[in-house]
Design a protein. Sequence first.
Length: 226
Amino acid sequence: MHFWRVVQSFIHGVLQMQTRCLRLERRPQQRTNNKNFAVVFHCDHKPPNLYWLYAQMVCVANGLCYNLSNRRLTLKKSSPPTNCDATSFNPVLKAYFGYCLNKCALRYKDMMGRALLQHKIVGPQLGIMKLLQVQGPKSQIALGQEMYIDKASMVKFIDGLEKLKYVRRVPGEQDRRIKVIELTPKGLKDLDAIAKTQRQVEDEFLSPLTKKDKDLLKEILPKLLT
């Protein structure tokens, strides 16, 4: 599903750039099982260089294969080599900030993903539970918008949490036709154990740093998101 989110983001970005030369030649089919399926865009006229730079940036940042030729842009899922470890790093590229930031994110995501398996949830589901704990019941649409998760994926995440009896769907207070998601007592209780696992992973990930460096990093990182 990540592939389709990137494609949607790409189209939105192009529209924001007010580029009218782009049209979809082959429509995305989200349910296709063909791993080699590609999304093809056709350019009616030569696009500005900024457009191609944006295309390359989106593809490289999200691990997509792309090909620009004959006024066609092809986006395709990239398959890393079987012996490729996404969390490994190249010592030469360690000098580059963007490379280090991306690799740190991949490594932390991998560590957290493996740790959460014992709780039978994944990272986005933990995020959903945290939001519900802090901000109270929310509609599925609101959760999707706040976490930038598409509707189909959000349904699966919530279904999984509901199966574990961590959340439940209840009629909304203002409009009972709308179902809102709320934490159950079991979800609230187990969230403490899950949060403990989260802290353990965080401590392990940040173990090479001194306490002063850890505190400084936690203070600085949120500033990059403003």
